[in-house]
Structure formats: C-alpha cells, structure tokens
Write a protein that binds this ligand. Structure first.
Ligand code: ADP
Ligand code: MG
Length: 438
C-alpha cells in the first residue's frame, strides 16, 4: 500500500513526499482510513512507528474537506503530555501541512503567556497543547471551542501517568459533543481504557503488536566507559574508522555539544555543533553543511536535532544517553533510513546503566556489548538494580563480546555485528598503565 491509496489530497501527498516518507507505516495504514471515515479511534503502537502522522494526516484532510464554521477557535485540538511532544507534533503539522494554508498554534507550559494569548486571538485551525496550560487559558475565557471538530489525545497513557486525567476530562467536557476523538497510546489497557470509555464514541480499536520498529536495519551497540576521558577515546577511535561516513553525536547539554565539537575539530575532524542556543540561521547553515558533506560529524542535543533529516548518516553516537528511552529511539532513527543500514553506538558512563535498562526494556532487545582492545573498561559492568546482591544471572547482563574474536553474541538478539575494528592506534588514551601495548 502506498500513500496514494489513502485518499489524501494532492497537497498532503506532496508534503509526505517532501518529508521523505515513501510508504505508510503499519499504524498509518490502519489508522488513517478509519479516521478519514470519521470514526472515533483508539490505537496503540510502539514508539517510533509513526503515530504522529497517523493522526496529523487525517486531521489535516478533515480540515481541507470541511468548510470552516463561523468563529475563530480551533477546529482540531491535539493534547500531548509534554512540551517536547507538543513540539514534535507541531513540527509534523508544519511539515505535513506545508502546502495547505492551515493555521496552527502551540500552547504549552513553561512558556510566557502574552504571545500565547495573542496567538489564541487569531483565527486558528489546529491547536497543539499540554493539558495544564490549556486549562489556564480556557478558564480565563480565551478559548472558543464552538467550532471544534476533532480532539486527539496523543500519548494518552503518559498523559494519565502524569496526572492529567482531570484536566483532560474537563477539557473534553467543554468541547462540542459532535466531534471526532482519536486516542493514541502505547497501551490501551488500564486507566486509558476507562478514559476512552468516557470520551470516545463507539471507537474502533487498532493495536499494532510487537516491539520491532523499523529499526531492524540499525545495529545497536554499547561501550562501557569509565569516565569522560574514556568516552572521548572510544569516540575518537570510532571516528577514525572509514566506515563512519557521516555521524551525529548526541550530548546531554548544549555546552557539551559545543565543547565536544571544538575538540573534534582540534583532532582534525570536520565537525560542528547544533544546539538550541544557536540562531535559526546558524542552525540551518550547519545542517546544510552536513547535507553537502562539508561537515562529517554533527554534535547535537536532542532538541536541536529534532526534525532535521539528513540522508545517508552512517552512525549515531550517544556520547551521553538520553533521559527517556523514547529519545534513544528517536536518536538512532536518524540512521538506517530508506533501506540503508546504520550503526548506533552508545557510550555508557558509570551512572548511565539505568538508562540502558530502560532502553532495553522499551525496545525488547539487549544491546550488544562491545569492548575494544586497549580501551577496555576498568570495572565489570554493574548488575541491573533488580539483581544486585543476587549474584546475577548467566547469559544476562554483564556479558561482553569482543570484536575480532570468535565469541558468540552474549545472549543478545542474535544479530551479527557489521562493524569490525582494528586495534586502536597506540596511545589511544592516556591511562594509568598498560597502554604501551595498545
Ligand atoms: P511515534 O509517535 O509512534 O513514536 P513518530 O510519529 O514520532 O513516532 O515517528 C517516528 C519517526 O518516523 C519520525 O522521525 C517520523 O518523521 C518518521 N516517520 C513517520 N512516518 C514515516 C513513514 N511513513 N516513512 C518514514 N518515516 C516515517
Ligand atoms: Mg508519538
């Protein structure tokens, strides 16, 4: 099935193409036709499977189909649990709606009120919001829901986990009865089900089973790192490999991105930082340089890298692991696109093992442990929290695999490594001892 089978207007199809989406994902194939028919819908699928477009496209199509009723309030309201998710949805609306003169606005917490108030006075087609801030505006009488046609609850399970259930129900109660409601969630059980029962009318249920996202083409590895310098040495080793044609390196902070990019330049890499403190123009220029191949290593924060799409990235490095496992999936999704294979390599500091555990839980697959000769970690891998003091489990955490040897993957997902390493150059890392052989 292709997007053209989905009964979407030409302008949406063009935008889809401009986004580089070649065919709809499973959730999109199933959810879009149901939503276009006007049914209420509750749908679940794993993170990274394209749920955003699965509701943004039918929402846009609906706005294009229907004559707007008089008034200036939003016609589609999308609620998301966090500011970051709201930004992602807003970006998707901007990209997928770029040929469709529809107006959208975002109101989220943690941002100043006056610009939001000003925007809410303008005529509006789509409104993306976090529940708390939306309630504030609503209670101050700044929102007219008179012509609202569609409500979308994105990441409903997280929204409820975060304690937004009352806010969501109050908002829904203020909306016209005659509306379409779409609910997207990682799960459709528990409280989500109760809320759906109250807010949706005869919903169709779509559940895309399985953990496997479209990340099968990405080889995922981790390196245990003792400290910052060890991470630097491991990164330097990998960037010295020819197999790395172009890479993004993710850091936790803007400062970290700047410092690391500078350091890599000093080591002779064509490298640049990308983060939220840079002007829009500077960011655009950097991304352009990357696209043209003038830059080989982009050092970025999550927020800055969001929404940018660079074709042909061979590697994603996590210099720091992200707080949320979902962000890990978004990060590694930058490589292995369009049928190409990619490699994701994460450097795990002593304090970052709980993040590894969360990622493995979410993806349902154990990340391959890599060790480089001469750059071995000094300590064994810490046991996961649940197993501390129990002596561990054979074949579980703590097994390592060495490149270059004949060891079989240690209880992992059975994937074969596709990268092979020579021994790192002599003097790869200043260490207390034993580096001379390296
Ligand atoms: P989810 O909400 O299910 O976690 P997203 O909607 O954030 O997932 O999508 C994950 C990534 O996949 C995004 O970078 C998005 O641009 C991309 N994507 C979505 N649909 C497609 C598609 N049909 N083809 C290729 N990439 C897609
Ligand atoms: Mg999502």
């Amino acid at each position: 099935m292709s997007f053209t089978d989905l009964n979407l207007d030409e302008q949406l199809l063009r935008a889809i193409q401009a986004c580089g989406f070649t065919s709809p994902s499973d959730i999109q194939k199933q959810a879009i036709p149901v939503a276009l028919e006007g049914h209420d819908l509750m749908a679940s699928a794993q993170t990274g499977t394209g749920k955003t477009a699965a509701f943004v496209l039918p929402a846009l199509q609906r706005l294009l189909n229907n004559e707007p009723a008089p008034g200036h309030g939003p016609r589609v309201l999308i609620l998301t649990p966090t500011r970051e998710l709201a930004t992602q949805v807003t970006d998707a609306i901007r990209d997928l709606g770029k040929f469709s003169r529809l107006r959208s606005t975002t109101v989220v917490g943690g941002m100043p009120y006056p610009p939001q108030i000003k925007m809410l006075r303008q005529p509006l087609d789509l409104l993306v919001a976090t529940p708390g801030r939306l309630i504030d505006h609503f209670e101050s009488g700044r929102l007219d829901f008179g012509r609202l046609e569609m409500l979308v609850l994105d990441e409903a399970d997280r929204m409820l986990d975060m304690g937004f259930v009352d806010d969501v129900e109050r908002i829904a109660a203020a909306l016209p009865e005659q509306r379409q409601t779409l609910l997207f969630s990682a799960t459709l059980e528990g409280e989500v089900r109760n809320v759906a029962r109250r807010l949706l009318k005869e919903p169709q249920r779509i559940q895309i089973a399985g953990v496997k996202t479209n990340h099968d083409s990405i080889d995922q590895h981790i390196h245990q790192a003792d400290d910052f310098r060890h991470k630097q040495a491991l990164l330097a080793h990998h960037l010295g490999q020819e197999a790395v044609s172009q890479a993004i390196v993710f850091t936790a902070t803007k400062r970290g991105a700047d410092d690391l990019a500078k350091q890599l330049r000093e080591q002779g890499h064509r490298s640049a930082a990308l983060h939220g403190d840079m002007s829009q123009g500077a960011r655009r220029r950097t991304v352009e340089q990357m696209r043209r191949g003038q830059c080989r290593v982009l050092v970025a924060t999550d927020v800055a890298a969001r929404g940018i799409d660079i074709k042909g990235l061979s590697h994603v490095f996590n210099f720091d692991l992200p707080m949320a496992a979902e962000d890990y999936i978004h990060r590694i999704g930058r490589t292995g696109r369009g049928g190409a294979s990619g490699t994701a390599l994460s450097l795990v500091g002593p304090q970052e093992w709980d993040k590894v555990a969360r990622i493995e839980k979410l993806t349902g697959c154990k990340l391959n442990r890599l060790v480089l000769d001469g750059l071995e970690p000094r300590q064994p891998e810490p046991k996961p929290f649940a197993q501390r003091g129990k002596g561990g489990r054979p074949g579980g955490y703590g097994q390592k695999r060495r490149f270059g040897g004949n060891n079989k993957p240690g209880g992992g997902n059975g994937r074969k490594p596709t990268i092979h390493h020579k021994r790192p150059a002599v003097g790869g890392r200043p260490r207390s001892a034993g580096n001379g052989q390296g």
